[in-house]
Design a protein around this ligand. Structure first.
Ligand code: G3H
Length: 191
């Protein structure tokens, strides 16, 4: 039986102030989540556990307390918002209203200026997805847009729905292959 675990990074200082992208550290609540995640995962006693994170400090800090081999993969980095990195959605509305309107119109295909689209993210995830399909007991600690794409792949979510999927913070998502079907269970950590 194949079992994979997924989590977003703990709340970051940018989440607190509503900025997108960037490379902010965890907030105090995010650090608490990192502790609970490590305790939860250790209690499962998973044989040959591996942890895959992005290269950004908020995912690395989220998994730092977990005793297991850790890989930091750029393919798991958050959607890159190019010229719009480190802005709030309000600032975006003020500085790049046309971009925001275009994005609202076609969020899946929309590519940030000098940045990426959801379709670009899906493309860079292909090698990771093929690898993940052959593994068990991997915990992937990544970001909202990336986890939307990964979960959509396993659950065959229609492409147009991917940019709107709900992947909450401070929640562990367990995906198990049963026969030919993937099954999802979520555990919300009380933070
Ligand atoms: O920071 C970006 C978010 O994780 C993705 O949000 O694509 O819904 O704007 P969005």
């Amino acid at each position: 039986q194949q079992t994979l675990y997924f989590s977003r990074h703990g709340e970051s200082e940018f989440n607190v102030i509503g900025k997108i992208g960037g490379n902010a550290p965890l907030s105090p609540r995010g650090k608490k989540y990192a502790d609970s995640l490590a305790k939860h995962i250790h209690a499962l006693n998973l044989p040959s556990l591996q942890v895959w994170t992005s290269t950004l400090q908020r995912t690395k800090a989220t998994s730092a307390g977990i005793k297991a081999p850790q890989l930091h993969l750029p393919e798991l980095d958050e959607i890159y918002s190019g010229d719009c990195e480190s802005l709030t959605y309000e600032e975006l509305q003020e500085l790049f209203p046309r971009e925001l309107a275009l994005r609202d119109h076609e969020k899946l295909k929309y590519r940030y200026p000098q940045g990426e689209s959801y379709l670009d993210v899906m493309k860079r995830l292909i090698p990771i997805l093929s690898q993940l399909e052959t593994e068990t007991n991997v915990l992937v600690v990544s970001h909202q847009a990336v986890l939307r794409c990964i979960l959509a792949y396993f659950f065959e979510t229609p492409m147009e729905e991917v940019p709107y999927m709900h992947v909450p913070l401070h929640t562990i998502i367990k995906v198990t292959l049963q026969g030919y079907n993937y099954n999802m269970e979520t555990v919300k950590m009380p933070i």
